[in-house]
Design a protein around this ligand. Structure first.
Ligand SMILES: NC(=O)c1ccc[n+]([C@@H]2O[C@H](COP(=O)([O-])OP(=O)(O)OC[C@H]3O[C@@H](n4cnc5c(N)ncnc54)[C@H](OP(=O)(O)O)[C@@H]3O)[C@@H](O)[C@H]2O)c1
Length: 317
């Protein structure tokens, strides 16, 4: 398992992390098996969010409750893993997001909730889940200072922020934002497509995120890639999906060459990018976890990387 220095600091973590979004309705014993499989594969970073899981009995945040219970079953000690969670979304009982909330009080309360649900003593990092039009950077700064001074949170980051939003928030903070968490994978390549189409007028030339990839590289922020195996937003996985025959043929060829799974190749494709991203996988299946993690050690050739990009349905001008 290769590592990444988060945000260019000395904080070194596995470059594959396990997201716990799908633990909310899973039996605790299965959550424990997922954690153990991740640990055995060299994954030492878990990503969460306060809103993950909405179990009918446990309610909102059930992923973190299950994660905390499962952690105890595994016997892992706090030094064995890094734990990151996100806050700033508010969902109602019908599972609808009704507001973003990065107010001071919301963030402080959210962190207390995360620590209480998981039983984890502190967060290695807290990430603002989504940009909030009503966000006041000075107010976030007060919350971050309090959270760091109390020892509840060590580092901070953002998710789904564009460069201008990062810069605005960063201008008020005493801590450096270390990560931006965005969707990226073989079927979600907007972050690089427009690079190939500079000064053209086709769809590929549309810059959807304000140059986030280059911005993060320039400012040494680690891009954490969510839903690496999904097409669309939560539409399903492209792996072994008949809708994507060319991509699956290409993945299968490389899987045979490197003696690994298609998941590993899809993951290696993300990690081949010199931005040194960290991939957040969300499978809860121990075999899929081990299969995917194996991609950390594969280095695709330049041509293989481009072959996969093209097989995913993209064009090069
Ligand atoms: N910041 C944000 O806004 C945001 C948004 C979404 C997610 N996230 C983070 O990203 C993490 C990962 O998201 P994700 O779960 O959508 O990622 P993912 O790893 O792309 O998708 C996991 C899903 O794909 C399935 N899958 C994977 N490999 C498969 C295979 N070979 N065959 C069949 N099914 C396969 C899994 O099923 P099995 O369990 O059966 O393998 C699971 O349903 C989350 O846990 C969360 O931490 C962040």
């Amino acid at each position: 398992m290769k590592t990444v220095k988060i945000g260019g600091t000395n904080w070194t973590s596995s470059n594959v992390a396990l997201g716990i979004m799908r633990m909310g309705t899973l039996a605790v014993a299965d959550c424990a098996r997922a954690i153990e499989a991740a640990h055995a594969a060299g994954i030492n970073f878990f990503d969460s969010a306060d809103i993950y899981g909405n179990d009918p009995v446990l309610g909102r945040g059930s992923s973190e409750i299950h994660f905390g219970q499962a952690l105890k079953q595994t016997g892992l000690s706090r030094d064995d893993f890094y734990f990151q969670s996100k806050a700033g979304l508010y969902a109602n009982a019908d599972n609808k997001i009704t507001r973003y909330d990065s107010s001071r009080d919301h963030l402080l309360k959210a962190v207390d909730g995360i620590l209480q649900r998981t039983g984890v003593e502190y967060l290695d990092s807290l990430v603002i889940h989504r940009p909030d039009a009503l966000m006041d950077p000075a107010e976030v700064a007060v919350a971050f200072d309090k959270l760091q001074a109390s020892g509840k949170v060590r580092h901070f980051g953002v998710s789904n922020f564009n460069p201008a939003q990062v810069a605005l928030l960063q201008s008020a903070l005493s801590q450096r934002l270390l990560v931006d968490q965005v969707q990226f994978g073989l079927k979600h390549t907007g972050m690089i497509d427009y690079d190939f189409h500079t000064n053209m007028t086709d769809d590929g030339s549309i810059n959807h995120d304000g140059g986030l990839l280059d911005y993060c590289r320039l400012h040494q922020m680690t891009i954490q890639t969510w839903s690496p195996f999904q097409y669309g937003t939560f539409a399903g996985t492209f792996i072994n999906n008949d809708r994507f025959p060319k991509l699956n043929d290409q993945l299968a060829q490389l899987a045979t060459k490197y003696q690994v799974s298609k998941n590993a190749i899809a993951l290696a494709w993300i990690l081949r990018h010199p931005a040194r991203m960290q991939v957040l996988i969300g499978t809860m299946n121990p075999t899929h976890i081990a299969d995917s993690a194996a991609g950390s050690d594969i280095t695709l050739t330049r041509q293989e990387w481009y072959d996969l990009y093209l097989a995913a349905g993209n064009e090069l001008p």
